[in-house]
Design a protein around this ligand. Structure first.
Ligand code: THU
Length: 140
């Protein structure tokens, strides 16, 4: 798992973090179905709720560069904690919009510890377009 290019990209993205409030530098890298990779860093704000996490930053970058027709095959997140952080709920929901339950999620801790899991494991019953279609009053 060491020298995995996606992990390297996530680690490098931590250097581009804007995190003057928490001092927590997070980096993310995604590989989409075309094979292209995109990185993102957390971007904080004086109005704390406006903060954008590294994972969402990478996804927004991918879509605004590549277009929305993509699937995330793998995501690596470099977190500033010895025990790697799991992506926050809002990021899991945004990852789910462009992934499948078997999308690989690699969490990298500050001492290099990696934990490999899947989106389905982290968010087993994601809210999705399918939920809305199943609804009896669905507009879809
Ligand atoms: N953060 C991320 O970038 N990704 C996550 O999934 C969890 C939290 C960022 C947001 C904030 O800038 C800092 O980490 C502390 O919460």
């Amino acid at each position: 798992m060491k020298n995995d290019p996606l992990i390297e990209l996530a680690l490098q993205a931590t250097d581009r973090s804007y995190s003057p409030y928490s001092q927590k530098k997070v980096g993310a890298a995604i590989r989409i179905d075309s094979g292209e990779t995109y990185t993102g860093s957390n971007v904080e704000n004086a109005s704390f709720g406006a903060t954008i996490c590294a994972e969402r930053s990478a996804i927004v970058r991918a879509i605004s560069t590549h277009g929305p027709n993509l699937r995330i095959k793998e995501i690596a997140v470099a977190t500033p904690s010895e025990l790697p952080w799991a992506p926050c709920g809002m990021c899991l929901q945004v990852i789910a919009e462009f992934s499948t339950s078997d999308t690989s999620v690699t969490l990298v801790g500050s001492s290099g510890t990696t934990e490999v899991t899947t989106l389905g494991e982290l968010l087993p019953r994601a809210f999705s377009r399918k939920e809305m279609t199943l609804s009896t009053d669905s507009p879809y």
